[in-house]
Design a protein around this ligand. Sequence first.
Ligand code: HEM
Length: 139
Amino acid sequence: MTKKIVIGGGIILVLVVLGVILATSQSLQPTGEVSSIQPPQNEAVVSTSSASSAAPAASYTLADVARHATQFDCWMAIEGKVYDVTSYVGKHPGGKAILRGCGKDATVLFNTRPDGPGTPHPPEARQILQQFYVGNLKS
Ligand code: HEM
């Protein structure tokens, strides 16, 4: 009789221990899932912030460009892009010829240089131009 009680108690003890192990492993699972979800969430945040840091290009109308039409504040549009060439006016190898383009769409002037050789600017000039880019021309 006593043996039966001992065996019965032992079985109950084993069942209780198994139950505890089972309950513990189940309660740990959700925590594991959460931590496995977190990294992608972080990735999403990183990609969102990097996407928002790549600000869209500014765009300007010809009326905007026209507000910068002097040798002290000279913007011009060339082939759909807008440049603030103010700091280059005094360095221009073609001298004051550049001023004819201030405040305008200067694509034709830039490509024909009517007051000079009558030919397009060389690739070097286009290279220099890049650093003055401020946005795109709104059509
Ligand atoms: C309406 C705008 C412009 C006009 C009418 C113009 C006109 C000229 C002319 C006539 C020359 C020849 C000078 C000579 O050979 O004695 C020249 C040269 C040059 N321009 Fe312009 N320019 C303009 C805008 C620009 C801009 C925006 C840049 C660059 C940011 C630039 C860069 C140069 C360079 C690098 C040269 C020397 C090229 C060479 O060695 O042949 N120009 N330009």
